[in-house]
Design a protein around this ligand. Structure first.
Ligand code: F6P
Length: 239
């Protein structure tokens, strides 16, 4: 069964200071979330994994040259057996991140058999001249913009930046690719505005409501296809 997992990146240094956008690293808490996410997915997707694969210094997937590309050729070697038990040939599992450090760092503790792609289209909504400011600073320096965004968050475009509508347009290839992935599990490590768009599209939520969808930090949305559409489970790891 193919599932789609959505998560925001772990808490970043900018999240801590309340600054918009940027390309900051994860905070300590963010790193703890990245680790917990790795554990969660490892258990979820590769329950048959042998304890040996978790021993420090042993990474059977990495030592097997064909495990990353997905097209594995069976060879009856000890390495191949270890690779199977570590999940390399288990369910196919792709990870998509943005090109920003906080999503890449969040994905850095995931099981070794995953294929990882960084999409610029998944980068956070561009806050333009307001990038790096806090909401309070935006209100103080650009009061008319702050009010305009409050009035119409969907269509408001940051000066030299983007609106939610702009983001939805540039996400189109990603959304189509989600639709095409019917045999692989997929984890998207994204950003707040981006995941609002992805989630709204998957669940057919009206675009006017999209900028207000709740996508908390440090939680995973597990989406399973059903004949009636996607069903959803939410997990958090108390971090
Ligand atoms: O605060 C985190 C963040 O991802 C910012 O980088 C981004 O500008 C913002 O959320 C998007 O959320 P909203 O559209 O509600 O301001």
């Amino acid at each position: 069964l193919r599932r789609v997992y959505l998560t925001r990146h772990g808490e970043s240094v900018f999240n801590l200071s309340g600054q918009l956008g940027g390309d900051s690293d994860l905070s300590e808490r963010g790193v703890a979330y990245a680790r917990a996410l790795g554990q969660y997915l490892r258990k979820k997707l590769f329950p048959a994994e042998s304890p040996a694969a978790e021993s420090p210094g042993m990474d059977p997937c990495a030592s097997h040259p064909t495990s990353e590309g997905g097209a594995c050729v069976a060879t009856a070697t000890a390495a191949a057996v270890a690779a199977v038990s570590a999940g390399c040939w288990g369910p196919k599992f792709e990870v998509w991140t943005s090109t920003l450090s906080r999503t890449i760092e969040t994905a850095s503790h995931l099981p070794p058999a995953t294929m990882k792609y960084s999409w610029a289209a998944l980068d956070e909504l561009d806050a333009g001249l307001c990038d790096g400011l806090t909401y309070a600073q935006v209100k103080e320096r650009y009061p008319a913009d702050f009010a305009a965004r409050d009035d119409d968050k969907l269509n408001y475009r940051y000066p030299e930046g983007e609106s939610y509508r702009d983001v939805l347009l540039r996400l189109e290839p990603v959304l189509l690719a989600i639709e095409c992935r019917t045999s692989e599990n997929l984890l998207i490590v994204g950003h707040q505005a981006i995941l609002r768009c992805v989630y709204a599209w998957m669940f057919g939520i009206p675009v006017e409501s999209m900028p207000y969808i709740e996508i908390p930090l440090h939680g995973v949305l597990e989406l399973t296809p059903t004949p009636a559409g996607w069903s959803e489970n939410r997990y958090s790891f108390g971090i």
